[in-house]
Ligand binder design. Structure first.
Ligand code: MG
Ligand code: MG
Length: 257
């Protein structure tokens, strides 16, 4: 079901989004060589508890996971790209870390992901992260009232094509609001001018992710962590966006940008 939100409801989602942006800022600053992923998970838990927010991940049990998720954030390192299960791993210099989190505050959800390099950045990793950030910006720019869903997908996919990166279509963006995953699905590639007409009040999580040399993914035995099939490094960028009469509004934007 697809629910259009009122301006007031969008404001409520923006409150949640601002909290998530601050949380990701906090974790990005902490993500240094020598830091354990479990320290980041526990920091996120503390911030969520302090704010009185509710994790959308805790006890999440979709068809692909093995049992309910018992963490509040997905932390995906290097070849891991989505749904990375926080585990006992100490970050190394040069690691590529994707952090993805969704919470609700007063019943309204926001969802955002960010990829950072821990310590020293390699040029190829910079390019990879830049590509998903640029694709996200292009998808947001296409999220205009009156446009179609395919315009967003095409804009995201065009950036991947520009970099020469293939796009896997098994996972993509989605509607959200009262819950983390609502209709519609937003593919990271598609044809402009096709699909649902974007109306004010539609709220979407746009989330380009890809791996530079393959469009195939593999699941860890835990059923959660998804990796590039060829071990190549990966990136993922996500914002929650509202379509309004005045154009797209990013609800999870960091305060300083
Ligand atoms: Mg997410
Ligand atoms: Mg999402």
């Amino acid at each position: 079901m697809l629910e259009l939100k009122t301006p007031r409801e969008i404001d409520a989602m923006r409150t949640t989004g601002a909290f998530i942006a601050g949380l990701l800022d906090d974790l990005a600053q902490r993500a240094a060589p020598g830091v354990n992923l479990l320290d980041l998970e526990h920091r996120a838990r503390d911030l969520i508890a302090e704010r009185g927010a509710v994790s959308c991940y805790w006890d999440y049990a979709p068809s692909f996971g093995s049992g309910p998720f018992r963490n509040v954030i997905c932390l995906s390192v290097n070849d891991a790209v989505l749904h990375g299960l926080p585990h006992d791993y100490v970050l190394q210099d040069g690691d590529v870390l994707s952090m993805d989190i969704a919470v609700s505050i007063d019943g309204w959800v926001a969802d955002s992901a960010r990829t950072v390099v821990v310590g020293t950045e390699r040029p190829e990793d910079h390019r990879l992260i830049e590509s998903t950030e640029r694709a996200l910006a292009a998808g947001i720019a296409a999220a205009q009232p009156g446009n179609r869903l395919g315009d967003i997908s095409a804009a995201i996919g065009a950036v991947a094509a520009e970099y020469g990166y293939p796009v896997n279509t098994q996972f993509g963006g989605h509607g959200l609001g009262r819950t983390m995953h609502e209709d519609p699905h937003v593919s990271n590639t598609g044809r402009a001018g096709r699909g649902l007409v974007l109306r004010p009040g539609l709220t979407l999580a746009l989330e380009p992710w890809w791996t530079p040399t393959t469009d195939e993914i593999v699941f860890d035995p835990d059923g959660w962590t998804i990796r590039s099939a060829d071990g190549s490094r990966t990136a993922h960028s996500e914002h929650t966006v509202a379509i309004t009469d005045d154009g797209p509004q990013v609800l999870t934007a960091p305060a300083d940008r």
